[in-house]
Ligand binder design. Structure first.
Ligand code: HEM
Length: 438
């Protein structure tokens, strides 16, 4: 063997041994991470080395509520499972849920840190943490007050619902079938785009030809993209995968398109303040303008992105854009799914449908043309049907998640370690109250 060949052999041997040593170390480390629940004496779903139990939970055709429900039958009301390396604790005991979400809220105020640095979500209510979340939440809460909802959103909601009714009645007259889910998606998207994103869309009218409608649906289908999944399984690549997800993945590019649109709208509105805009975006801009820095508000929080010290509750442009974007993500599919399921339940329970109809007729007696905000509020039975639909078909499963900020003893019996905790309020409803169909 020549010197060059020997050097190549040594190099290869070193390389292969290093890789092997790393793989052995990685497996050992992952097994240690996966031993957490066993060490704490909490029953848990046996994890796959790489995926944890995520492949079962999010696998093709899997329904999260069904999977968690099955696990609950097997492992009880409090049990653990892993997503990649990350320990999640399902809490399906109502008393414990109340303790966590209400009494011990200060310890459980944060959602788990996002697995990747998803832009712009990190600057929204979903991504912010600690004092900054509280500040932004307190600035945004008045945006959804009854009066503001009524004046700033009522008109748009009525207009879009009238459009929905006209589309549906035309189809009924022509004897065409109605794809209700897509129809409701179009309606909720039109409402949220106009209210929160200053975008006038026509997603109801031209469903097959509206590029924006198709892009948002595609976006939601790909929201948990491969980069996010890889980051869940291999934390070490999270930074690189953040870049891939934000810049290269379809969902990231689509998000950036809307972020840029919002930036332009904000600049234009600031340049010409003579026009009065009636939407949530304007409400956020006004709230941001009116929030004055004061000593009381001074906090030493750090911007999630830039690390700049914050001195007031005043929203930054990034936070306004991020929250407008999250209103779209949070409000579009949830509302469309709920109304779709409600329609389905009303169809299979005609006696309930009749009661809803009678209630509407009673309320509409005085003003048959259009429902006012107050009239909608007086529809008690409809409200019950809506809540029951949410209980039977919860659309935001797995989203009620919290991280314990310190070790804490809850309900004398259960000690939460300082790990990621996942509180499944929705799941509780589906599993335990499922027999009480309306
Ligand atoms: C039927 C419709 C909806 C359902 C079922 C639903 C469900 C939920 C759930 C379960 C949470 C988590 C609460 C928690 O962790 O304590 C949440 C949070 C949130 N939702 Fe909705 N939602 C709906 C509509 C909307 C709409 C229309 C918007 C926006 C206009 C919206 C924006 C948000 C935001 C921003 C958060 C995060 C709040 C925070 O962490 O401070 N949602 N939603």
């Amino acid at each position: 063997m020549g010197v060059t060949e020997a050097a190549a052999w040594v190099t290869w041997t070193l390389l292969v041994s290093t890789v092997l040593a790393y793989v052995v170390y990685w497996i050992h480390h992952r097994r240690h991470q996966h031993s957490l629940f066993a060490r704490l004496g909490i029953s848990y779903v046996p994890p796959h080395l790489i995926y944890g139990s995520n492949h079962t939970l999010r696998g093709r055709g899997a329904l999260a509520t069904k999977v968690v429900g099955q696990w609950m039958k097997q492992y009880g009301k409090v049990f653990g499972y892993y997503v990649g390396w990350q320990p999640n604790l399902v809490v399906a005991d109502l008393d414990l849920v109340r303790e966590i979400l209400v009494r011990e809220f200060p310890t459980f105020a944060n959602r788990p840190t996002l697995v990747i640095d998803a832009q712009p979500v990190v600057d929204s209510l979903v991504g912010l943490r600690d004092q900054r979340w509280k500040d932004v939440r307190s600035v945004l809460a008045p945006t959804f007050s009854v009066v503001k909802m009524k004046y700033y959103m009522g008109g748009v909601i009525n207009e879009k619902i009238n459009e929905l009714l006209s589309i549906v009645s035309k189809k009924v007259k022509r004897g065409e079938p109605i794809e209700w889910h897509a129809t409701y998606q179009g309606m909720t998207l039109d409402v949220i785009c106009e209210c929160a994103l200053a975008l006038k869309t026509h997603c109801q009218r031209d469903q097959d030809g509206d590029d924006f409608f198709l892009a948002v649906r595609q976006f939601l289908r790909n929201a948990v993209n491969t980069a996010i999944l890889l980051a869940l399984y291999f934390k070490v690549f999270a930074k690189f995968l953040s870049f891939v997800s934000n810049r290269l993945a379809y969902s990231g590019r689509m998000t950036m398109m809307i972020v840029n649109h919002l930036r332009t709208v904000i600049t234009n509105r600031r340049r010409d303040s003579s026009i009065k805009h009636m939407d949530v975006l304007q409400l956020m801009l006004d709230e941001a303008e009116n929030t004055q820095p004061s000593d009381k508000d001074c906090v030493a929080e750090y911007n999630s992105k830039s690390g700049i010290k914050r001195e007031s509750k005043k929203l930054t442009d990034e936070e306004i854009i991020a929250n407008a974007w999250v209103f779209l993500l949070g409000g579009f599919e949830t509302t469309a799914n709920t109304v779709t399921y409600m329609s389905y339940l009303l169809a299979v329970h005609p006696e309930v449908q009749e009661r809803v109809y009678q209630e509407l007729c009673d309320v509409l007696q005085d003003s048959p043309e259009e429902l006012t905000y107050e009239q909608v509020h007086s529809l008690k039975y409809l409200d019950q049907v809506f809540c029951e639909t949410l209980r039977i078909y919860p659309p935001a499963v797995n989203f009620v998640s919290r991280e314990a900020s310190k070790d804490i003893q809850v309900e004398k019996s259960f000690r939460f370690p300082h790990v990621y905790s996942f509180v499944s309020r929705n799941t509780v409803c589906v599993i335990y109250l499922n027999n009480f169909i309306i």
